[in-house]
Design a protein around this ligand. Structure first.
Ligand code: SF4
Length: 55
């Protein structure tokens, strides 16, 4: 049986999605991810976190 790769949490760089947000079935319909993407300051902060995690 093929296993799906673990989806990565877009707002917790380095972590896989643990379905921590109520109602979410994954990053694709996570309300927290949506909120962060709507907010320019949070998006910028997330980009900074990502670049730190990637290094
Ligand atoms: S539910 Fe959303 S915030 Fe929680 S781990 Fe998954 S993607 Fe990240």
């Amino acid at each position: 049986m093929a296993q799906r790769p673990d989806p990565k949490c877009p707002v917790r760089p380095g972590d896989t999605c643990s379905l921590c947000y109520p109602g979410a079935t994954g990053p694709q319909d996570c309300g927290l991810v949506w909120l962060v993407r709507q907010d320019p300051e949070l998006s910028a902060e997330l980009a900074r976190l990502r670049s730190e995690t990637a290094s």
